[in-house]
Design a protein around this ligand. Structure first.
Ligand SMILES: Cc1cc2nc3c(=O)[nH]c(=O)nc-3n(C[C@H](O)[C@H](O)[C@H](O)COP(=O)(O)O)c2cc1C
Length: 306
């Protein structure tokens, strides 16, 4: 029965064998996990965020475990566009899996320049746009929480590349639907959400923050109900595909996201403790759909009854 289930999806014009992706920053650039996971069986790989030039990230400690979650302020270290293309693309091109590059910048112009450079690179399926960073030119407001700046960054990237673009919405906004609609109207091909949630933890013996950066992003099971709510609200607001993430470890978690309208999902923090989680989920999803006699994933997407 299971061979009748069609798990393939098309997200933002990117053909994927299944809807299970790995989230940016939790799967390196691919090679780090290649001995542990058959990369070709993933729906897509989203690589760690890349900006124009090499970056070193934040001082340590950069991570702290909290109840049902992880707090991180890694600070986006990376090889820059040229370093990524020369060091990792030859490896990634040998695989039969869509590569989505997560991009970020310190200014709108930098985002556009990164997108323009990737437009010329073979083997890249699309760009996910991390907007949870400050605009260093314009008062340090986050691109992802200021609607006007968000629009401008999506428009600038749209004008700079023919690649599919997937803005990754920040969770700490009052009206997620407004950001989802803005992404769609500025030419995004899909949206993804959620990025980690701004948070803080304190060591009660030293009375110091547990992260050198003081605050960081909360991820893992702790944020899942927040993510499900935001995906539900965003999915109702747009017609473009929605990629849901936030605390997904297993089939039951993923189903919540599909039911509220996610067309695909990504696993993040769980990759650190169980690198096989995404592929286990693919098999479990196939069995589940066969068990309820559904032949294609789209039949269950958005079927929550409220
Ligand atoms: C250590 C770490 C690094 C991350 N780096 C990035 C990044 O570079 N770009 C980005 O858009 N999101 C980044 N994220 C956010 C994840 O891609 C994901 O949106 C978030 O963790 C929620 O999913 P999860 O709860 O399954 O981890 C990072 C998350 C973690 C835990």
């Amino acid at each position: 029965m299971s061979n009748k289930v069609n798990l393939s999806v098309n997200i933002a014009g990117i053909a994927m064998k299944n809807p299970v992706m790995v989230a940016s920053g939790t799967f390196g650039y691919g090679p780090e996990y290649a001995d542990l996971v058959d990369l070709n069986q993933l729906g897509a790989i989203v690589v760690k965020g890349i900006c124009l030039n090499p970056t070193t990230g934040n001082p340590t400690p950069r991570t702290a475990e909290v109840a049902s979650g992880l707090l991180n302020a890694i600070g986006l270290p990376g090889p820059g566009v040229d370093g990524f293309v020369s060091k990792y693309m030859p490896f990634l091109r040998q695989h039969d899996v869509p590569v989505i590059v997560n991009i970020w910048g310190k200014t709108i112009e930098e985002y556009a320049e990164v997108a323009r450079r990737f437009d010329q690179v073979d083997g890249i399926a699309g760009l996910e746009v991390n907007v949870s960073c400050p605009n260093v030119k314009e008062g340090s407001a986050l691109f992802g929480t200021d609607l006007d700046m968000f629009r401008r960054v999506v428009e600038a990237i749209r004008a700079a590349t023919r690649l599919p673009i997937i803005p990754k919405l920040a969770p700490n906004v009052a009206d997620i639907a407004a950001f989802a609609r803005a992404a769609e109207s500025c030419g995004a091909d899909a949206i993804s959400l959620i990025n980690s949630f701004p948070a803080m933890a304190v060591n009660i013996k030293t009375r110091k923050p547990k992260l050198a950066n003081i605050t960081g992003g909360l991820s893992g099971p702790a944020i899942r109900p927040v993510a499900v709510r935001l995906v539900w609200q965003a999915a109702q607001a747009v017609n473009i595909p929605v990629i849901g993430m936030g605390g997904i470890s297993r089939l039951d978690d993923a189903l919540e996201f599909f039911f509220v309208g996610a067309d695909a999902i990504a696993l993040g923090t769980v990759n650190f403790t169980n690198p096989a989680a995404a592929l286990t989920l693919v098999r479990d999803l196939e069995k589940y759909l066969a068990g309820i006699q559904v032949s294609s994933l789209s039949e269950i997407v958005g079927t929550v009854t409220t």
